[in-house]
Design a protein around this ligand. Structure first.
Ligand SMILES: Cc1cc2nc3c(=O)[nH]c(=O)nc-3n(C[C@H](O)[C@H](O)[C@H](O)COP(=O)(O)O)c2cc1C
Length: 193
């Protein structure tokens, strides 16, 4: 696959089989995240790969625990890969993905959010190249708010001044991998004078 094919073929997957991904793939995907552009060249983002379906599911439930549905009016994400916005009966924000990577950054660093999402983008592209399905998930900040969440961060050795910015779900698609969506028009302007 060329880079263009990878960029244009990747989709956000929200239906996963139980099959776990190989550790070597997880290592390569996390390494791709560490090569992302990062503000000031500081390489501050810390990535924790949770290759444990049960633990991933538990964190996925914590991710959705404080989800405020009252402000979603008109929201709609995907018919073929329904998100928690589309499907209120979903109990985990991680859709049964057997592996999840949590991306952390310093709480007071101005660019820690864009840094984390640059990592996430590299990771989902690297995953697709390897035939692994993925999805970026938000609400990192609130996911580990509980005593149970804080205990996990202590166990993993995440620095005390770091906060989770986002997640990358990893696994294998259950069913057909969806085709790319057509691009919305009128979003590009090239000015040459
Ligand atoms: C900043 C950001 C946050 C996202 N958060 C979520 C999320 O919390 N849950 C989810 O299911 N998808 C999430 N997504 C995935 C988007 O819903 C998805 O990229 C979008 O619907 C376009 O679909 P595609 O990636 O298949 O092209 C997020 C994507 C981005 C870039």
């Amino acid at each position: 696959m060329t880079l263009t094919e990878i960029i244009q073929g990747r989709r956000s997957i929200r239906k996963y089989t139980d099959r776990q991904i190989p550790r070597e793939d997880l290592e390569a995907i996390i390494e791709a995240g560490t090569y992302a552009p990062n503000a000031g060249g500081g390489q501050r983002a810390v990535i924790v790969g949770v290759r444990n379906a049960e633990l991933a599911a538990g964190i996925g439930r914590m991710n959705l625990a404080h989800f405020d549905r009252s402000r979603l009016e008109g929201g709609y994400v995907s018919a073929e890969q329904p998100s928690v916005i589309d499907e209120p009966t979903l109990k985990s924000g991680f859709y049964g993905a057997p592996t999840v990577c949590a991306i952390f950054g310093p709480v007071n660093f101005l660019y820690s959010i864009p840094d984390a999402f640059c990592c996430a983008e590299n990771m989902v592209l690297a995953a697709y190249e390897r035939g692994i399905a993925s999805c970026i998930v938000a609400r990192g900040e609130e996911t580990f708010d509980s005593p149970e969440g804080q205990e996990l961060l202590r166990k993993w050795g995440v620095p005390a001044h770091y906060v989770c910015r986002c997640f990358v779900l990893l696994g294998y698609v259950d069913g057909e991998y969806p085709l790319p969506k057509p691009r919305e028009r009128g979003r590009i302007l090239i000015v040459e004078g």
